[in-house]
Design a protein around this ligand. Structure first.
Ligand SMILES: [Zn+2]
Length: 133
């Protein structure tokens, strides 16, 4: 993803947009709170106000560049839309988030929807608990 993605998403290229997109793309982490993004940019010498971070994230979400999660016990978490479906495990103590994908679960959900005459369009599955350390 680069400047062209901003253009394709119908967004003008601005420094905050470029910097936030770059951070989301280059970080090893995949899930970020808005505060975290703000802090990481500061550490990297990029001064963008927290209000701007929120505004850009809202614009990115509307443009389909990122996904916003409202996980329990935490603030909203954002991640890049990488085009592949996955589910999440959330540690309620530490906030750690781990992604997983299980074909059997995916398959069962489709079957269950079918049994109920339900037209499945999307789903999100989040497991809450604690990781053993
Ligand atoms: Zn994820």
């Amino acid at each position: 993803m680069d400047k062209n993605d901003l253009k394709e998403a119908g967004l003008k290229i601005t420094k905050p947009r470029i910097e936030i997109l770059k951070l989301l793309e280059t970080s090893e982490k995949q899930h970020f709170g808005a505060e975290e993004i703000y802090q990481e940019l500061l550490v990297g010498g990029v001064k963008v106000g927290i209000a701007t971070v929120y505004r850009v994230l809202t614009q990115f979400e509307a443009a389909g560049l990122i996904i916003k999660h409202n996980f329990e016990g935490d603030q909203c978490v954002y991640e890049l839309e990488r085009g592949e479906h996955h589910d999440h495990m959330v540690d309620l103590k530490t906030g750690k988030i781990v992604e997983f994908h299980d074909e059997i679960i995916e398959q069962r959900q489709i079957e269950i929807a079918k049994e109920h005459g339900f037209k499945l369009m999307e789903h999100s599955l989040t497991l809450y608990g604690e990781f053993k350390d």
